[in-house]
Design a protein around this ligand. Sequence first.
Ligand code: SF4
Ligand code: SF4
Length: 204
Amino acid sequence: MRKPKLREVGEAVKALLRGPVTTKFPFEPFEPCEAFRGQPEFHEEDCIGCKACAEVCPTKCIEVFDDLHSVPPKRRLVLHYDKCIFCGHCELNCSTEAGIRLGKKYDLACFDRSTCTETVENELIVCEVCGTVVGALKHLLFVAERLGAKRYANPTLILISEGQYGLAEADARAGHGDSTREDLMRVTCPRCRRMLVIRELWGE
Ligand code: SF4
Ligand code: SF4
């Protein structure tokens, strides 16, 4: 019976000498450790709008809005960090490995949850034949760069990447109507490309 009591006294003396192990937050700021997983933050310069982060998020707290009526069309990713579980999957699966990172912000309490958002926007490219979304401009450029010379097998990637140098303006190839041979050399979605190739090979 006496030994446990002596041990408790020993621990109490050690605690007195060591000082408190708890932090003084919120009275004093707390500096999180290097690997801390705080509020996820988009980094616009490295985000290509591929929405991979939204697809892997287990709580579905990243919403994707494609606004086809704005000029140019835009994709907006809205992260609701009040629903985030700080798992880090978005950061881990980000295509550029830098478009979204879990920062060190941890004091996230608020009175209005609708204000707990983090947003990033990217320009969208739409199919010149049917108007559906092909992808974000920066995403297509990212893919074209990764493919190198192989991008020249895909007219959409040729037009998007070469268009950056002013060599293939959209006006120069517009107005060919529905599914003519010239449409093969337009920015198209996969479905329209398939239909155009089938018509070109086998006719109507
Ligand atoms: S940390 Fe996890 S829950 Fe939070 S946004 Fe990223 S993937 Fe979603
Ligand atoms: S680049 Fe990263 S942050 Fe941007 S949409 Fe893709 S996965 Fe999300």
